[in-house]
Every structure is written in C-alpha cells, then in structure tokens.
Design a binder for this molecule. Structure first.
Ligand code: HEM
Length: 453
C-alpha cells in the first residue's frame, strides 16, 4: 500500500562538502562537476583553510580577516587576475573589473544612477514585470520557476538599461550573455584554484561572434540615444550619460557606457533571478513560512502588484529574500590576489597568493550561525544582531555591489506579488546547487503552481 506520508527532508537542498584531501587531479575533476564541492567540510567549522594546488590559496571565513581583505586594506587585495581574465572579453575594463583610479572614477560617475531616489523611480518597471510574471504563472501546473524568474528579471534589466524602442535586440543580448557565462565559467574554476597548465582546459569560448553581436547591439542603442536625447523618465543609459566624475568632470565615452551597461545586465539579471528562484523553492519547502508570507503580502497588497511604496511594509518577504541569499548566495565564491606579505587569521600570506572568499561556506559556518543549514527567515527579524562580515551576499567595503538596493527592491516586489497570488509546492524534482560562475539550481526549480483562491 502506498504510504500517505510524504518524506520531508529537514534541510533544503545543500552540498555534500568534501571530507577527503584532494590532489590536483581530484580538484580538476570535481571543479568540472561543481566548484562548490571543492569546499572542504572544515571550511564551515574553521576560520581559515589554506592549501596549494599549483598556486597557494587561502579560504577565508573569519569575519575579521574578511573585513581586512574587503574593506581595511582593499588596495592590497585587488580582484584576482582570473576574475579579470574571465570578464574582460565581455565587459572590458568596466566598473566590475577595473582597479585603482580607473575603478574609482567610474564608481563615482555611476553612483547617482543607483541612489535610492533613482532606484525607486525605476520601480514601475519591476511592478510591471511582477504583474506579467504572475499572469504567466497563474496558468498553473508544474513549472520551472527558475526559467520564469530569468524571464522576469531580464525584462526588468533590459527595460531599465536601454528602455527606448531603439531596435535594442533583447534576445540577441540575452543569448550571447548566456552562452558566454556557460563557457567562461568552466575555464575559470581551474584557474581560480591555480591548477597547472597541463590540466586540459575546455576550449576557449566559441561565443566570440555572439559577443561581437552583443556589443554591436548595445553600441547602436547608445548612438541612437545620443541622437534622440534623454527619455521622460531617465533609464540607466540616460543616468550614466549624465554621470561625471565629481573630481575631474570627465564623463564616459561610448565604449565605456557600453561596457558598463552590459556589466549591469551581466551582474544584475541572473543574480536576481537566482535569488527569486531559490526563495520560491524555500517557500515550497516550508509551507508554514509560505503561509505567513502570503498573509503579509495579501494584507499589504490586496489584489495589486507590489510597488516601491509597499517595500518598507513587506518586512517578512524581505527576511525571506535575505535568508535565500544566505543559503544560496548567487556570488558563492569571490576571489582576490594578495599584493603583499601579510598575516590573515594567523596565517602567513605571500604576494601572489589567491584569497578565496567562499561566501557559501561563510553563510553556513557553525561558529556564526545556529543550525546553519536550516531555513529560518526569523534570523533576519528586525533587531537580531550579527557581525556585518558574517553575511556578505553583496560583498562589502568600497567594492560592494552597486546594484544591491536595486536587486533587493526588485526581489521584494516580485516575490510579494507572486506569493500573494499563487501557491507553490515541491515536486519530486529537487534542485541541486551547482556553481557555474553563479550558484545555480542544476536541473531547474520545478514547482507545482496554482492560483490562490
Ligand atoms: C541579488 C542580486 C545581486 C547579487 C547577489 C550581487 C552580488 C554582487 C557581489 C558579491 C559583488 C562584489 C563582487 C566582489 O567583491 O568581487 C557585486 C558587485 C557588483 N554588482 Fe552586484 N549583485 C546583484 C545585483 C546587481 C545588480 C542588479 C546590478 C546592476 C544593475 C549589479 C551590479 C554590480 C556591479 C557593477 C558590481 C561591481 C561594483 C564595483 O566593483 O564597484 N549587481 N555584486
């Protein structure tokens, strides 16, 4: 007789962290499958783990050492060479990869575009995307919600970067970025761990043509905007065109505008889609949390889709977004290269060492979180104290994500609208966290979706 009890695991999807020492070959093999499996189990129990796979590396989970690398001595720990090698072909020396003076002036020029007032002004695009997404999902059935959230966040980012109808070919840009990330990620992992060159790398990207096309589309849109002038409600292109370095009064050239706008698309769209997809999975995993979330969203919104004005009242939805970012940080690994001789967490660091910041392990560290693998949005209830450097989904210090408030506003607006109108249930297909540049649900997030009565 079939059992009427469904097996409910205690913990949502997680990685079996590695308990065996890995040699060079073992590292290479695992890296091909899933970088997250390279994290040794002791990384969620010890403040630092060091090793050598070709190059010397240190995994840092100690909040005080993280503060040094990300904030206090940021110039001594620039972004790793690997980060630059992977991203430069797509986004040039834009904000994300630049260092020193070239980074500083771009950050100053772009900052006003991401100021709270502008982020709020961009919210109607997010509300419209939430409305469209909930309409699509209301058809019900078993759906890969990750594919849905990717569609929703791509609508948002392409609308707020190039909002005009200037022949901006969204599909071409979307396709090129996806192909690029898939190719770039595989190359990167082996390099991050400093594996020797004789380990074969998968062929360099076959997407050179896609990249050229993507840049062409963006360049055409920028030239068209220069002719037509700004929109009524300025989008990111208008804001960036108007931006200038407050010190030198220099503004961005066409190529710099293009590289930065493409950076916003690359950095901002899949990361937010992942946050939403993992959050929906977690809500399906815990029906009680979902019930509470739906009650809050229903009370605040009624039948409306959420707007920027609702965000401050959607506090429990925000807690769920934070908890999803803790358990499944889209940027699960950051890396830096040391420029100096230093001591971090009592260990000696040499110039050229790779500093790995495994945010996934930090967020599940037993010294920093109670029962770290469990899903509990009340960890983020107002008033709960924690070390600033124990929760780093957006990084920290001067290189903190410039789009953090944009992403959080978008995630809260879309999640609240969806959960107020729809119910999500697990199916037999469980997502497996895998890192391919970002932390993705391998196989998708398949949930049963039905409209709420
Ligand atoms: C949930 C969504 C997002 C997550 C988890 C995320 C995560 C991050 C992280 C961890 C960094 C720091 C990287 C490092 O220190 O090595 C970063 C930087 C950055 N992010 Fe985001 N991001 C998100 C959304 C966005 C959005 C929406 C945009 C733009 C529209 C954006 C644009 C950028 C840029 C330009 C940088 C580089 C900033 C600099 O170096 O000055 N991100 N992001």
């Amino acid at each position: 007789m079939a059992s009427c009890f469904r097996y409910m695991p205690t913990y949502p999807a997680r990685i079996n962290l590695n308990r065996k020492p890995l040699g060079v070959i073992g590292t290479a093999l695992l890296a091909r499958r899933n970088v997250l499996e390279l994290i040794p189990e002791i990384a969620v129990r010890q403040p630092m783990v060091s090793g050598r796979t070709g190059a010397r590396w240190h995994m840092v989970m100690d909040p005080d050492a993280l503060r040094i690398v990300l904030k206090d001595r940021v110039d001594d720990y620039p972004k790793s060479l690997v980060t630059q090698l992977i991203l430069e072909p797509a986004i040039g020396k834009s904000l994300f990869v630049a260092e020193g003076a070239h980074w500083r002036w771009q950050r100053r020029a772009a900052a006003p575009a991401f100021a709270q007032r502008n982020v709020e002004a961009l919210a109607p695009v997010m509300t419209a995307a939430a409305e469209a997404s909930s309409r699509r999902l209301a058809q019900g059935g078993v759906v890969d919600v990750f594919a849905e959230t990717v569609a929703a966040t791509f609508d948002v980012i392409s609308d707020v970067t190039f909002s005009g109808d200037e022949g901006f070919d969204r599909d071409a840009v979307h396709g090129a970025i996806d192909a690029y990330i898939a190719g770039a990620a595989r190359v990167s992992v082996l390099d991050i761990m400093g594996l020797p060159r004789w380990i074969p790398r998968p062929g360099r990207l076959a997407s050179g043509g896609d990249l050229r096309r993507m840049k062409q589309v963006a360049d055409d849109a920028i030239r068209a905007r220069a002719r037509s002038g700004p929109r009524g409600v300025p989008d990111l292109l208008d804001l960036l065109r108007a931006g200038e370095d407050p010190e030198t009064h220099r503004s961005m050239t066409g190529a710099e505008l293009r590289d930065n706008l493409l950076t916003f698309i690359v950095a901002g769209h899949e990361t937010t889609a992942l946050t939403l997809a993992w959050a929906l999975y977690l809500l399906a995993f815990d029906p009680e949390v979902q019930h509470r979330a739906a009650a809050e969203a229903g009370a605040v919104l009624g039948a409306r889709a959420a707007t920027a004005a609702d965000v401050p009242r959607l506090t429990y939805i925000r807690q769920i977004v934070d908890e999803a970012l803790r358990l499944y940080p889209p940027a699960a690994f950051l890396s830096r290269t040391s420029r100096i001789h230093d001591r971090l967490g009592g260990r000696e660091v040499w110039p050229g060492d790779t500093i790995v910041l495994p945010i996934y392990a930090l967020h599940r560290h037993h010294m920093l979180w109670d029962d770290p693998d469990s899903f509990d949005p009340d960890r983020f209830a107002p008033g709960v104290q924690r070390d600033r450097f124990a929760f780093l989904p957006f990084g920290a210090g001067p290189r903190i994500c410039i789009g953090a408030s944009f992403a959080l506003q978008e995630a809260v607006i879309i999640l609240a609208t969806l959960v107020a109108r729809l119910r999500f249930q697990l199916t037999d297909r469980h997502p497996e966290p895998r890192m391919i540049l970002t932390l993705r649900p391998h196989g998708g997030v398949w949930l049963r979706v039905e409209p709420r009565a």
